[in-house]
Write a protein that binds this ligand. Sequence first.
Ligand SMILES: *[C@@H]1O[C@H](CO)[C@@H](O)[C@H](O)[C@H]1NC(C)=O
Length: 152
Amino acid sequence: MYKLSTIFTCLLVALSASASPLSEKRDANFASDVWDPKITKPSFGTIWKVGTNQTIAWDTAGIPESALDTRGVIYLGHLQGDSEHLDIAHPLASGFTYRDGSVSVTVPSVDTRLDYIVALLGDSGNISPKFMIANFEFMDKITDALGITKGN
Ligand SMILES: *[C@@H]1O[C@H](CO)[C@@H](O)[C@H](O)[C@H]1NC(C)=O
């Protein structure tokens, strides 16, 4: 019995050692350069309102010196099924470098959803946790039509 469990443990160790992470497979040509800028904003549970100015931020620690001046692109997507549904035709932000650590964006007029993500692309790719974008344009139109004004 002892021997059998030892063999089983050895098998498990061997299996997990041979399993390569997904990112390694995706970036097989850059295997030695794989790095993963963790997106710190938006965080899980964040709510963005359409039309507002918001900050997307990432952790610059761990980005190789040679990649710091690489230009990045950020796309908006939503996680549904096993797809990120990135809106490649309408980048949220571009022209910044990884060194910047953050970039501000105006939230586009998209449908209200709870499963939005942003993807930071360049040499590597990474996505944020899920967050919400709230589109109140319809409600704003109604309040305008009823003459309910906010402020002055
Ligand atoms: C967001 O606001 C900041 C601070 O006022 C400003 O510098 C930046 O240009 C704005 N970004 C956008 C995308 O409007």
